[in-house]
Design a protein around this ligand. Structure first.
Ligand code: PMT
Length: 220
């Protein structure tokens, strides 16, 4: 039998949103469904890889003998899960929409409604992708950029600043791109700033395009 292009490779993928607790019943979160990351994991497994999929809260499930699904809630839990496995990985892709901030204090009881406005003080979460870039030894590291303006410039900035081998840009300005379960429209930028733009496709197709880009570069 012909060897699959990712046989023997270990792959780490982040997916979904993170939830940052405000109190026992409330959180800060975002609209990520997890679909993009789950499709990347599925595709990698079908191409022969062993996959660790670290996902924030989502209704999705993935049962595949080559995928270990680790469910987390907050950015800090996602950070810890990623760093437990990163050293042994060959490829890492961060498709999660990680909250940049978390409430500074988490109330132990449900916060009661009072007259007037209220404020929640926020503090920075760790940037998981940035930390993976800093600790990179041999891994091929790919990030995502979800942008609403100056898309290409911002994506290139993230590529350099986070020491990435590639970045997948999706723009909320494009219809059918970004959050949700259906479709996406991406631009792949490699570390030599070669840019490849794809049409609107289903997320399984987008996952397949991303893996084709990565495989052509790791085998080059
Ligand atoms: O889940 P879906 O509904 O299918 O939607 C898919 C998606 C839109 C969430 C996905 O395609 C996507 O764009 N994911 C990245 C979203 C994001 O948070 O982008 P960003 O530009 O803010 O972050 C840049 C990169 O840094 C991303 O790879 C992100 O995973 C990573 N990051 C960001 C902040 C942080 N604290 N830690 C990180 O690792």
């Amino acid at each position: 039998a012909k060897e699959l292009p990712l046989s023997g490779k270990k792959v780490l993928i982040t997916a979904g949103p993170t939830y940052e607790a405000i109190d026992p019943v409330r959180f800060l979160g975002n609209h990520s469904s997890g679909t993009m990351g789950f499709e990347l994991a599925k595709r990698a497994a079908n191409l022969g890889a062993k996959v660790i999929l670290v996902s924030g809260p989502t209704y999705l499930n993935l049962e595949h003998s080559s995928v270990e699904l680790i469910r987390v809630t907050s950015a800090r839990e996602m950070y810890d899960a990623c760093h437990r496995h990163y050293k042994n990985m060959d490829v890492a892709i961060c498709a999660a929409a990680v909250a940049d901030y978390r409430p500074k204090k988490v109330a132990t009881e449900k916060i009661k409604k009072k007259d007037g406005d209220m404020q929640i003080e926020l503090e920075r979460n760790p940037d998981i992708l940035l930390s993976l870039g800093e600790q990179k030894t041999h891994q091929f590291l790919v990030g995502f950029a979800l942008e609403t303006e100056n898309e290409l410039e911002n994506a290139k900035g993230k590529l350099k600043r986070k020491n990435l081998d590639g970045i997948v840009l999706n723009s909320l300005k494009e219809d059918g791109a970004g959050f949700g379960s259906g479709t996406n429209k991406i631009t792949f930028i490699d570390k030599n700033l070669h840019i490849k733009t794809f049409g609107l496709k289903t997320k399984p197709e987008v996952a397949s395009d991303i893996w084709e880009e990565i495989i052509s570069k790791i085998h080059a």
